[in-house]
Write a protein that binds this ligand. Sequence first.
Ligand SMILES: CC(C)(COP(=O)(O)OP(=O)(O)OC[C@H]1O[C@@H](n2cnc3c(N)ncnc32)[C@H](O)[C@@H]1OP(=O)(O)O)[C@@H](O)C(=O)NCCC(=O)NCCS
Length: 167
Amino acid sequence: MSAVLRDARRLLPMTVRHLDAVLAIEAVAYDFPWTRGNFIDSLAADHPAQVLQGAQSELLGYFVAMQGVDEMHLLNVTVARAAQGHGHGMFLLDALVDICRARRAQQLWLEVRESNHRARRIYARYGFQQVSVRRAYYPALLATHPSGREDAVVMSLDTQEALDALD
Ligand SMILES: CC(C)(COP(=O)(O)OP(=O)(O)OC[C@H]1O[C@@H](n2cnc3c(N)ncnc32)[C@H](O)[C@@H]1OP(=O)(O)O)[C@@H](O)C(=O)NCCC(=O)NCCS
């Protein structure tokens, strides 16, 4: 990661004015993308949600999370396809862990498709542990999953340990 690239990025709270760009990224990233309504519901609920912009204010990625009691649930983290593999996903996770610390959310949870090996590798490298599997949790394409469903791997991160590792 060059210092120039790191300096050029900025995180902003997600608002409805970001949603056209968010939905364009979402449509390319997923077979079953979130809808505008999903994002609007999250914003209306005041869930933690941030966008990452590049030097030209282009949208590089975003996350949406949901706070529980002493914990946080990562609902969506996505990096624009053309911007993947440059550390933006890790940067977004760092930002969310900072929010967890500020809100005293010790545990950060997520679900990830069993077949999403890249994301699972990134989460594992970040320090997430696999906790359990939710059977047939996601809708899936019949071409790859004849049942039309796919398992979710549940992963969890101790945010205090993650921060200690970063310090
Ligand atoms: C999963 C996702 C958010 C990760 O974001 P990302 O920006 O690609 O992730 P990072 O760049 O931080 O790390 C990914 C890879 O880039 C590498 N990388 C990190 N910094 C890098 C750099 N400066 N230059 C080159 N590669 C780099 C990482 O080592 C990692 O390597 P890998 O190829 O072994 O996986 C992104 O791939 C994505 O949006 N995928 C589609 C949607 C999705 O699956 N979301 C998660 C649902 S649970």
